[in-house]
Design a protein around this ligand. Sequence first.
Ligand SMILES: C[S@@+](CC[C@H](N)C(=O)[O-])C[C@H]1O[C@@H](n2cnc3c(N)ncnc32)[C@H](O)[C@@H]1O
Length: 173
Amino acid sequence: MKIYVLRLFHRAERDKRITTHCALVSRAFLTEQMYYCGNKDEKLEKNIEKVNKNFGSNFSVVFIKDWKSLIKNFDGLKIHLTMYGIPLLEKIDYIKSFNKVLIIVGSEKVPKEVYEMVDLNISITNQPHSEIAALAVFLDRIFEGKEFYTNFENAMLKIIPSEKGKIVKKQNY
Ligand SMILES: C[S@@+](CC[C@H](N)C(=O)[O-])C[C@H]1O[C@@H](n2cnc3c(N)ncnc32)[C@H](O)[C@@H]1O
């Protein structure tokens, strides 16, 4: 399954760490791309490029101006993550039957239109928490832990799991 993420309404100063973490989670948990709208943020894009350069993967962060047309024209299942939605476990088999999925997460208040434009509003518990946690739990459930053992292509650095300390191997690709 190919999963794309849309992070709504990034505010360059206020959200810089949270949006970066949304992108890091999206990359580590095997999505293809994260779109974001709001303020364009070169620093965010460069940070992720640097992580790719060191640790591999073709994941990318793409700024978009028109989030409505992205959602409207997406040719797969469109899911908005929200604490008001239907619990993921009730819809997981249906979601897994698609091969292309767009996951939308908010920052500040998400407009009502988003709730109406998507195919599913899905909750990761019906309690308020965070877009980073919601994304991670959603992706882990969908990929059933596959992300734990994925080796990214083009990695210059490979972490060797270790019980103590840090072991990092340099490699040529
Ligand atoms: C910090 S929350 C702010 C939500 C905002 N107050 C609202 O009412 O839309 C930011 C984002 O985290 C995600 N989120 C937070 N809690 C969630 C939950 N229980 N299930 C799924 N997504 C959640 C949603 O995508 C939400 O837009």
